[in-house]
Design a protein around this ligand. Structure first.
Ligand SMILES: *Cc1c(COP(=O)(O)O)cnc(C)c1O
Length: 414
């Protein structure tokens, strides 16, 4: 039987829900509350019947977006959040309790690293390991271990975890496996194929793509049987046990903790998501061209990009990401080139944090997003003082190469 492809699926997914007034584009529903003709119906929705009550727990607009994300991830169900960090915090805080053990990759986004510190202060045991090697994850397991977490391509070091190896390990040990798919997006990788139980995406990045909205999501792949997980409250043990975990994340993370995505950003993200595959291919092609150009440039000491043969996990990336390598580069400048001088000379590339925007963005990683954690932790995470994080946009390739070249040449002459 013919199965529609990735982009066709996203474009036409709204029609599988309901079409209002024949509107081709899904209308937005910003209403905070939802009323019923019959009070019994209102009670039924509170007691578990599908429907809407109060927007903190979802709206038709967030539901439509969640359906698109579930489709993209090949998962069972998704919940959206106000930001990617809200999504991660919701998973950790609703599924882990004091005394539980979490094994995390040591190569993670700076704010996630900080969140792991908060968890530790709340009494969750956290061990960070070099997740490019599944054996290191295995060696860290304890009787109290409940969950393993890694990013796909690490932000900003671009290390690539042994995603499949860790998936096998988690399956064998009955552990929840959470993957942050932000840098690859579901167009390059579906967490389910790695054996993930839950997949987090920052919707603010490639999925929206336009820098006009923040959002995050958690997708349940359906691979984990939550009947084996000790921390599920009895009231959420309804329906098939493969869905209990996401029910708890939604009830506690949205209803109790309130990290809800509002209708307007959800709407904007859904529009952006339609062109994910097209944009991502262009981000990846531009990033590969720029990485190859910079690798040979005398003003550059080292380029970290999974598409380069010199990248330690190049072969793994080639096998996992459908021949594409993402849009994020780490560039270490040659001795004697000042990273601030270099950045100030760029004309097209914007000096800004964020990634996955259509425009190219760059920032001095150690001095900005990794400043707070201190030099020692930066060293452990492989973040050099001169590391520039570049989120490669969808501009014309020649213009990007020219911009980097003129800025480097300017520094070398100075
Ligand atoms: C940006 C980012 C996040 C957080 O997402 P927000 O939507 O900005 O909260 C989490 N993980 C990774 C890898 C990211 O790049």
């Amino acid at each position: 039987m013919h199965q529609n492809g990735f982009t066709t699926g996203i474009l036409h997914s709204d029609r599988s829900q309901s079409v209002e007034h024949g509107a081709v584009h899904k209308p937005m529903h910003p209403s905070s509350e939802f009323a019923y003709e019959d009070a019994r119906e209102l009670a039924a929705v509170f007691q578990g019947k599908a429907g809407f009550t109060y927007a903190r727990q979802g709206t038709p607009t967030t539901n439509a977006l969640e359906a698109k994300i579930t489709l993209m991830e090949g998962g069972k169900n998704s919940v959206s959040f106000a930001t990617g960090m809200a999504a991660l915090a919701a998973v950790f805080c609703t599924l882990l309790r004091r005394g539980d053990h979490l094994v995390s990759s040591q190569y993670v986004f700076g704010n996630t690293n900080s969140l792991l510190g908060t968890l530790a202060d709340l009494g969750v045991q956290v061990t960070t390991v070099d997740a490019t090697d599944a054996e290191q994850v295995r060696a860290a397991l304890r009787p109290e271990t409940r969950m393993v977490f890694t990013e796909t391509i690490a932000n900003p070091g671009t290390q690539i975890a042994d995603l499949k190896g860790i998936g096998d390990l988690c399956r064998d040990h009955g552990l929840v496996y959470l993957i942050d798919n932000t840098l690859t997006s579901p167009w390059l990788l579906q967490g389910r194929e790695m054996g993930a139980s839950l997949v987090m995406n920052s919707l603010s990045k490639y999925i929206a793509g336009h820098g006009h909205a923040l959002g995050g999501s958690i997708t349940d792949t359906g691979l984990y049987d939550w009947a084996n997980y000790g921390n599920i409250y009895d009231s959420y043990k309804k329906g098939p046990s493969t869905g209990w975990g996401l029910t708890q994340i939604k009830k506690k993370g949205l209803r109790d903790m309130g990290g809800t995505l509002a209708a307007e950003p959800a709407h904007r993200i859904a529009i952006g998501a339609e062109t994910l595959a097209l944009r991502m291919d262009r981000h990846c092609a531009n990033a590969l061209a720029l990485a190859r150009f910079l690798e040979k440039h005398p003003g550059v000491a080292r380029v970290r990009y999974p598409g380069l043969e010199s990248h330690p996990q190049h072969a793994r990336a080639a096998g996992l990401f459908k021949g594409r390598f993402g849009g994020l580069l780490g560039v270490e400048l040659a001795d004697g080139i000042d990273c601030f001088d270099f950045l100030n000379r760029l004309r097209i590339v914007l000096m800004a944090t964020h990634l996955g925007d259509t425009r190219s963005l760059a920032l001095p990683a150690a001095h900005t997003i990794y400043y707070e954690m201190g030099a020692e932790r930066r060293r452990q995470m492989g973040i050099a003082d001169s590391l520039i994080r570049v989120s490669v946009g969808i501009e014309d390739e020649a213009d990007l190469l020219h911009d980097f070249d003129q800025a480097l040449q300017g520094c070398m002459k100075a």
